[in-house]
Ligand binder design. Sequence first.
Ligand code: PEP
Length: 255
Amino acid sequence: MRTYLVAGNWKMNGSLAANAELLAGVQAGRADAAGVELLVCPPAPYLASVAAATADHDIALGAQNVSEHASGAFTGEMAAPMLREVGCAYALVGHSERRTLYGETDAQVAAKFEAAVAGGLVPVLCVGETLEQREAGNTEAVVSAQLAAVIDRVGADGFGDAVVAYEPVWAIGTGKTATPEQAQDVHAFLRASLAKVDEALAMRTRIVYGGSMKAANAGELLAQTDIDGGLIGGASLKAEAFLAIATHARDAAGA
Ligand code: PEP
């Protein structure tokens, strides 16, 4: 039985005051999502203060990025052991904004994944196709190559308890969501791809959906067999919206 994961990617949003208000709201409703793992990924400058605020509230902390290096002359980068030391349990790896805006390649994403695991973090590996790639019928080829780059580097053993996030690029921040059937098809494909490597890996790996998930569509998405949670951008910035998704996950887990 895989525990549902509902993760908030705050991207480059927030302030000390706004974060405190958001976290207070999430903590106040935490009990409504009992049994669901909650994760927040604030901007790096706020990791330590969010760690302090979430420590006693059963809310995990993650970074939005991690270096492929463990230490050294890499100005502006954040190493996995450092993130771990300030309280992170997770790190997003290969978010489409990192791939598109900062030129991260599949090979670099795989190196970051490996460094995250080596530094004691659980990677959330983001994969997904652009609209052009979907319309050309290349969705499976794209996500397959993104996943294979990591598996080829770390193997089934090195994959550990990593999470895979299927995030169609055309659905991120656009208000367009994959239909439950479209999402389920890709999630099932990803799980089958993991099963070809190792059956137990496929069974234990949580594959979460991301792309304009909100209260209104979360119920149907989270009810799909191979959707084990959500990676949420915009709707994670409002406690009520984030909790509403988490409550749908609780209901899906109980169904
Ligand atoms: C994301 O940034 O991972 C994301 C899914 O964003 P949004 O929910 O805003 O589409």
